[in-house]
Write a protein that binds this ligand. Structure first.
Ligand SMILES: Nc1ncnc2c1ncn2[C@@H]1O[C@H](COP(=O)(O)OP(=O)(O)OP(=O)(O)O)[C@@H](O)[C@H]1O
Ligand SMILES: Nc1ncnc2c1ncn2[C@@H]1O[C@H](COP(=O)(O)OP(=O)(O)OP(=O)(O)O)[C@@H](O)[C@H]1O
Length: 531
């Protein structure tokens, strides 16, 4: 139904710079789910923008080639007029909201299309249920948690019944169960109604099992399209199950946990020793919270939480969308008022400190990294961060040009820059809110290394995330929050395998002794050596 022909996009027309997309051909067929993947900053959002019409109209840059909808060129057709056929949800869902409440937002697109009132009401009800947001229907959009916003944004395009859905990292703010449900819903639309879905995603473990075909942007502007199992043979980005298949020499590669489990029957491995703790020697309590309660609206979003963070440990804070994780982070950091309880960070209550002295003790990476960026270029931001900022940035996502405006960075590049600015201050306690959005596997591995390194040097790290694979790679401990209360906590090696929602792929395939592909690789090497 939509076709890109020889599409080339160049943002910077100087002779030295290469196009982001270079002669890309792609046909999205009716009734298929197409997964777009590739490393951070490679051009995935750009490609989606070509389909929706946002690139180059609102992004700048130059587009060559043609885009056809049902065989007719739509290059001159603005995004608004394509919305009838093409529904789009961007990487920052809140940025696309145009009304005030959940119900209004779900109805807005349909009003623009001039649909009859009873149709609108019916579709709003259906969508509220489909995305599990019925109890939020009257809520102000600005008070929703990140994951709640993402669900509403997806719902607001579904109500228009577009024939093609274009989604940029649609599960990045969703808890694992919600992600699975949203993908199952999309798959149902694809199978039952012949809707087409084109989605870019970094968490391939979530999406690959649902994809009919996969496109890979390789980094030189080219696009490779094929069966997921074929594209993943040599893809630089691959989910843990595929890495496991590669390590064990399984062909064809397993794409789902189920296939992996079948292949793993013949594997005879000696279980790894327990995960090495972050630091040896004495641990120091760097942050202690007792009876922490924070109201949001009339409800306690955080309800009597006790928490202790020690030097040398990386702790993951997990839990359903809306469980109160972001609220807890801001209350620990001291800038969000609490109704009860106390917080102590190395002898002081951060709520009593001014901004500068607070930053030295507790660093917080906000859910929206753009909140930390206010200068004109990457180089200026790095200079303002001080010595070492640029090096930190390059460790996470190498090669970002100095003169780029932070606004023009890809999502992952922007996150890496904000992270570098927080990390360079070397606060003893580091709080990170969902720090893996937009990051490819290499960048996540670099981030995990960085956090583990900081822990070894005596920092305490608390990472709020829905990315179970990242938790498996980075965390010593896990704290799970539900409705504002701590419902379980303990070593990651015990908490993750105990829950079907939080178990990483390797655990699901090989059992509770295994969390990471690296451990399996080591065991395979040891077994090979012993033979
Ligand atoms: N409006 C713009 N002006 C200039 N450069 C841009 C603009 N938008 C994107 N870029 C650059 O083009 C490249 C591709 O960006 P894009 O956002 O398409 O990547 P992406 O693959 O979606 O990244 P991520 O995985 O981080 O979401 C990046 O290097 C980015 O800095
Ligand atoms: N001003 C407000 N009025 C009413 N409820 C609010 C307000 N602000 C936040 N909430 C609610 O408080 C709860 C906790 O929100 P919080 O952002 O801490 O959740 P979270 O665990 O970080 O979620 P996510 O994983 O989706 O980011 C959510 O249900 C949210 O809708």
């Amino acid at each position: 139904m939509i076709e890109l022909r020889g599409v080339t996009v160049t943002y910077d027309e100087s002779a030295t710079s290469r196009p982001v997309l270079d002669g890309v051909d792609l046909t999205v067929e009716e009734g298929e789910l197409l997964l777009l993947s590739g490393p951070t900053g490679v051009g995935k959002s750009t490609l989606l923008g070509v389909v929706t019409g946002l690139v180059p109209r609102f992004s700048g840059g130059v587009l060559r080639g043609d885009v056809l909808l049902d065989g007719e060129s739509v290059l001159g057709v603005p995004p608004r007029e394509r919305a009838h056929h093409v529904g789009y949800v961007g990487q920052d869902p809140a940025a696309g909201f145009v009304t005030d409440t959940v119900e209004e937002e779900l109805a807005y697109g349909m009003e623009q299309l001039g649909l009859p009132g009873d149709t609108m009401r019916r579709r709003v009800e259906e969508t509220l249920d489909l995305l599990g947001v019925a109890d939020l229907r009257h809520r102000d959009l600005r008070t929703l948690s990140g994951g709640q916003q993402q669900r509403v944004a997806i719902g607001s395009v579904l109500t228009m019944h577009p024939r093609l859905l274009v989604l940029d990292e649609p599960t990045s703010a969703l808890d694992p169960t919600a992600a699975e449900e949203v993908l199952a819903t999309l798959t149902r639309l694809v199978h039952d109604l012949g809707v087409s879905v084109l989605l870019a995603e970094h968490r391939l473990e979530r999406v690959v099992p649902f994809a009919d075909r996969m496109c890979l942007l390789t980094g030189d502007g080219r696009l490779e399209v094929g069966e997921p199992a074929v594209v993943l043979e040599h893809s630089p980005v691959a989910p843990p199950i595929v890495e496991l298949g590669r390590a064990a020499g399984w062909r064809p590669l397993p794409l789902s946990v189920r296939e992996g489990r079948r292949r793993a029957r013949g594997l005879d491995l000696v279980a790894p020793v327990a995960f090495a703790p972050g630091a040896t020697g004495a641990r120091e309590v760097l942050l202690e919270a007792r009876g922490l309660t924070v109201l949001r609206g009339r409800r306690a979003a955080v309800d009597g939480v006790d928490l202790r963070l020690e030097s040398g440990r990386v702790t993951a804070l997990m839990g359903r969308n809306g469980a109160g994780k972001s609220t807890l982070l801001w209350a620990l950091q001291g800038s969000l008022a609490r109704q009860a309880g106390r917080v102590d960070v190395t002898g002081a209550d951060p709520a009593d400190l001014d901004d500068a002295s607070r930053r030295e003790r507790v660093g917080l990476l906000p859910q929206n990294p753009a909140d930390l960026l206010y200068l004109e270029t990457v180089a200026q931001e790095c200079a303002a961060g001080g010595a070492g900022t640029r090096e930190l940035l390059d460790r996470l996502v190498p090669g970002i040009p100095d003169d780029t405006h932070p606004r023009d960075l890809s999502e992952g590049q922007r996150l890496a820059l904000a992270l570098a600015l927080v990390l360079v201050a070397r606060p003893r306690v580091l709080l990170l809110d969902e720090p893996t959005r937009g990051l490819d596997y290499a960048a996540k591995a670099a981030l995990a290394d960085l956090l583990r390194g900081l822990a070894r040097e005596g920092h305490a790290v608390l990472v709020c995330t829905h990315d179970v694979e990242f938790v498996a790679a980075a965390a010593d401990d896990v704290v799970v929050l539900a409705e504002g209360e701590v419902v379980s906590s303990g070593p990651a090696a015990q908490v993750l395998p105990a829950s079907p929602a939080f178990a990483p792929q390797v655990t699901k395939v090989l059992g509770a002794d295994w969390l990471r592909v690296g451990d399996v690789e080591a065991a395979l090497a040891a077994a090979g050596g012993a033979r």
